[in-house]
Design a protein around this ligand. Structure first.
Ligand SMILES: Cc1cc2nc3c(=O)[nH]c(=O)nc-3n(C[C@H](O)[C@H](O)[C@H](O)COP(=O)(O)OP(=O)(O)OC[C@H]3O[C@@H](n4cnc5c(N)ncnc54)[C@H](O)[C@@H]3O)c2cc1C
Length: 332
């Protein structure tokens, strides 16, 4: 059953309000579908998933394939991969996109292997070329090159997409889509892993890729102790703290704060950057920041050149000065 130019997006709805990657991919898929006369489809597995089906339709899916079954309540790598492969074999989508969440990063290669097709992991952009092929754009060779990859001979064209790269389209309450409810095949291989228990630990932090204000610290902060002042500033500004690679490698902050090619893409309304040189591997992730303030003792640092406001100062002293000023303002 060949579904022409259908673009499938795997519905990863765990942590729904924090994890927006499926909605972001649906938005991009709508653009790609317009270029190929295709149709955007979401694929949803789980137990009682109606609300997610409705969400995906409201965010651009014109068709949703649903397998709703109690045994799918817990995300299971093996079962979900087998089921997705099975449906892809049956309906033959042209393209299959998966969010590069931890689950997606583990599941997508299994699906690609089962379907005997290629997979580009961790894409930062997607395009359609003159022949209508999906161009999968991803950092390669340790991040030193940006590769453009196509899948000319095998189907589906598969890619995982980094969270925070695309912008979801606004929720459309009027949107309508076709829902295709499918039974759980009874001949799926049994899971070799049995889930005994699972616990969701909500993070108190907003994700850095969704934050409106980000404070990014670089090696120029000087030491772990001085770097910690950025957290005080962030608390006063309701901001999240990000960092460059040397800072993460020095263990001044946890790796999930890494901003850049090897870490997160951010799109804050305001970015405050302290003691950051502005290497391309870092700045590539800042292109969607609306307004940048940089503090550096070197006025010629790349970060200073790309800033809207560049402050030539000691990063630590500037941070302390802003904290003092904000505290005074709060006391007034
Ligand atoms: C494959 C690959 C992937 C990479 N991925 C990433 C990534 O995802 N993210 C990332 O950030 N990097 C990444 N890097 C590393 C990147 O190339 C840079 O080395 C890194 O971003 C530099 O971090 P920095 O600006 O903190 O340090 P530095 O380059 O050392 O810059 C420190 C800055 O602080 C200033 N400074 C020093 N003292 C003070 C002071 N007292 N007050 C004010 N300013 C001061 C200096 O003038 C300088 O501009 C990657 C590299 C490679 C090869």
């Amino acid at each position: 059953m060949n579904q022409g130019h259908d673009i499938w997006v795997f519905g990863d709805y765990r942590n729904y309000f924090q994890n927006r990657v499926t909605l972001q991919i649906l938005a991009k898929a709508s653009e790609l579908a317009a270029a190929t006369n295709g149709s955007v489809c979401a694929v949803v597995f789980g137990k009682e998933v109606d609300e997610y089906v409705a969400e995906y339709i409201a965010h651009g899916a014109r068709k949703v394939y649903v397998v709703d079954h109690p045994s799918l309540a817990a995300y299971s790598m093996e079962t979900y991969a087998r089921l997705l492969s099975r449906l892809a074999e049956q309906y033959q989508p042209e393209t299959l996109l998966v969010g590069a969440t931890r689950f997606g990063q583990e599941m997508a290669p299994r699906v690609a292997k089962q379907l005997d097709t290629g997979l580009t992991a961790d894409c930062i952009d997607l395009e359609i070329d003159a022949k209508g092929l999906l161009v999968q754009i991803a950092p390669s060779f340790g991040g030193n090159l940006i590769a453009k990859i196509i899948t000319p001979h095998h189907r589906p064209q598969m890619a995982t997409v980094r969270p925070g790269i695309f912008h979801e389209i606004p929720h459309d309450y009027e949107a309508r889509g076709e829902v295709i409810s499918l039974p759980l095949p009874d001949d799926l291989p049994r899971n070799s892993v049995r889930l005994v228990t699972s616990e969701h630990r909500p993070s108190k932090k907003k994700k850095i890729e969704d934050a409106d204000i980000v404070i990014c610290g670089g090696r120029g902060m000087g030491s772990k102790g001085k770097f910690r002042k950025l957290f005080d500033l962030a608390a006063l500004m309701n901001a999240e703290v990000g960092a460059t690679r040397p800072v993460v490698y020095s263990e001044w902050i946890s790796p999930d704060a890494l901003v850049g090619q090897a870490g997160k893409n951010i799109k804050p309304k305001v970015l405050l950057s302290f003691g950051v040189s502005g290497a391309i591997q870092h700045t590539a992730a800042l292109t969607d920041a609306d307004f940048i303030v940089a503090v550096n003792k070197n006025p010629n640092a790349t970060m200073m050149k790309m800033a809207d406001v560049a402050m030539v100062a000691d990063a630590n002293q500037a941070c302390l000065g802003i904290i003092r000023a904000l505290k005074e303002r709060l006391r007034e």
